[in-house]
Design a binder for this molecule. Structure first.
Ligand code: 13P
Ligand code: SF4
Length: 345
């Protein structure tokens, strides 16, 4: 495909979302990326939070973190370029270690993954011996390696329920843990591991043991935001990612993973939709579903997802950067936890 053809293809989806001058420029980069992709026998995976021009042009597969993990596990290409954040690229490497996994920006982290260390996990295990550890995939490989099983926002409840134990340690997202606790009717505590007093009641019959990590994007949405939008658009359907606070998810009409939110919009007939999640996803859905009215409450982009540009993706393939490496002893342990999750679905 030449750059004019690429421009036409992108314009058909994106003309209402991306300015024309940007489309022409990005179409040229997309053509370069397509050539490099063939040359390197690469697959490009694009998370639902990628900016619209990237999301709707170069990825071979788009999706939520669970979906893209599965694609990474199954690919027979030599190179996996992960247009997402570091923990996602690490998960790809954990599942498919013989491939070269590239993350286009070395700075694409995640506030949840940064909220917990291996030492924190050891301290919790010492405090609650024998209690299984579930970690959200938004963690680094060394933390996954200390877990019994991982989960994503799309299977967190199924994973917790699969364990059939009296208690479960659930790390590191405070809000996801509280949302799971509410949905499963479990009592949650947030213990101190540094010797201080537990800020919840240790003596109660707890079933979930949480950690106070937060997504710096989703923690910003409030019930007041929902009330303000509903006052203006009473028939709006409001969708919140489960990394939002339990008050926000309870006030929303639907809560689910990024893929589940996309499905909800595609399959329902509300006059307006409001997404309480990373901004780019609303634009991506609007581009793919021009008949749907997406309201924008775009307060904040994820600074980590926002690091991944088309220019960096081209350079990743051109200069083989940034290569994800995981020490084999950590990878093997992390693999068990991720694979066990994938078996659950
Ligand atoms: P999903 O697994 O729903 O795609 O979410 C990933 C994420 O980082 C949300 O902030
Ligand atoms: Fe992490 Fe939040 Fe960004 Fe998702 S949106 S990658 S959880 S900081």
């Amino acid at each position: 495909m030449n750059s004019q053809e690429m421009y036409e293809k992108m314009k058909a989806k994106l003309e209402r979302v991306v300015p024309d001058v940007e489309l022409r420029y990005k179409a040229e980069i997309a053509v370069e990326i397509e050539e490099l992709k063939k040359h390197r026998n690469a697959v490009i995976l694009g998370h639902n939070y990628m900016e619209p021009a990237l999301f709707h042009s170069i990825p071979d597969f788009t999706g939520d973190s669970l979906d893209l993990s599965r694609k990474a596990a199954r690919t027979d290409k030599d190179v996996i370029v992960f247009c997402g954040v570091r923990f996602m690229a690490e998960t790809a490497k954990i599942l498919n270690p013989s491939k070269t996994v590239l993350l286009p920006s070395a700075k694409a982290g995640c506030s949840l993954a940064a909220s917990i260390t291996v030492d924190d996990v050891h301290a919790l295990k010492n405090k609650f011996p024998g209690v299984p550890v579930v970690t959200y995939v938004n963690t680094y490989a060394d933390v996954k390696a200390e877990s019994d099983i991982c989960c994503t926002s799309s299977n967190a409840i199924a994973v917790v329920e699969s364990l059939h134990t009296q208690a479960v340690i659930f790390l590191p997202d405070e809000y996801l843990a509280k949302n799971v606790a509410r949905e499963t009717g479990k009592h949650i505590i947030f213990p101190s591991v540094s010797g201080g007093k537990t800020d919840s009641d240790d003596g109660l019959d707890y079933q979930l043991i949480g950690w106070r990590g937060r997504c710096e994007v989703h923690e910003k949405f409030t019930v007041k935001d929902i009330e303000t939008v509903r006052a203006q658009f009473p028939d709006v359907a409001i969708l919140a990612h489960p990394e939002c606070s339990p008050e926000v998810t309870a006030a929303a009409d639907f809560s689910g993973s990024t893929n589940a939110m996309i499905r909800y919009v595609q399959e329902s007939q509300a006059p307006h939709y409001l997404l309480l999640t990373e901004c780019a996803m609303g634009d991506n859905i609007a581009a793919a579903n021009p008949q749907k009215d997406m309201l924008r409450l775009c307060m904040v982009r994820c600074p980590h997802m926002n690091m991944i540009t088309m220019e960096d993706t081209r350079d990743a393939l051109k200069f083989n950067q940034y290569v994800i490496e995981i020490p084999e002893e950590i990878r093997i342990k992390a693999y068990r936890a991720v694979e066990r999750m994938i078996q659950i679905g």
